[in-house]
Design a binder for this molecule. Structure first.
Ligand code: AKG
Ligand code: FE2
Length: 184
């Protein structure tokens, strides 16, 4: 499975023992989300009275995202907080790979979760069309085993860099995040 391959590649790239990530992701607690954003008045998006998705980070380890050609997905530029950069949507078979919160926690902040949102498609920022077309995306949230810790792994903690995140299971962390994200 591609998510496991990515996690193995990250172990290698970060120089940590093989299995550090993958053993804690088995069996995984992943899920798939199908997003559909209805057609909307351009004015509503540009004035900010509506957003397709407000800025957020994903929960889980990594997210794999497929989108149609409508566009609008943007990631915050880490070097310029508050500035969002569009993700190209010309090739619908491209997969956007995004670091999510639990991986940030496991790596004690070495890998940072990507802040993203869905806004007015870049191509429409100069268009006269009054409507923004409906958009669809599919996101696979690859998550840690619920019973595994979502606290920093030993490989990422030193005296100079003590734990920046608390000990909590991946499932408890997910429930905590969901209750904040979907509180109503
Ligand atoms: O539609 C998109 O591209 C973004 C979806 C997303 O960020 C999410 O479902 O968490
Ligand atoms: Fe997201």
């Amino acid at each position: 499975m591609i998510s496991f391959e990515v996690m193995r590649a990250l172990e290698l790239g970060l120089g940590i023992p093989s299995g550090s990530f993958t053993e804690r992701s088995t069996p995984d607690s992943s899920d798939l989300r199908l997003n559909n954003y209805p057609e909307v008045d351009l004015k509503e998006l540009t004035t900010g009275s509506a957003r397709r998705i407000w800025p957020h980070t994903d929960t889980g380890l990594i997210s794999l995202l497929l989108q149609d050609r409508v566009g609008g997905l943007e990631f915050e530029d880490r070097k310029n907080p508050g500035v969002f950069l569009p993700v190209c949507s010309d090739v619908p078979t491209n997969v956007v790979l995004n670091v999510a919160d639990t991986l940030e926690r496991w790596t004690n902040g070495v890998l940072k979760a990507g802040v993203h949102r869905v806004n007015t498609p870049h191509s429409m920022q100069v268009s006269n069309n009054s409507k923004v077309a409906a958009r669809s995306s599919i996101v696979f949230f690859f998550r840690a085993n619920g019973a595994a810790s979502a606290g920093p792994l030993d490989s990422f903690m030193t005296l100079q860099r003590p734990a920046r995140y608390s000990e909590i299971t991946a499932l408890e962390y997910l429930q905590q995040r969901n209750s904040t994200l979907y509180a109503y």
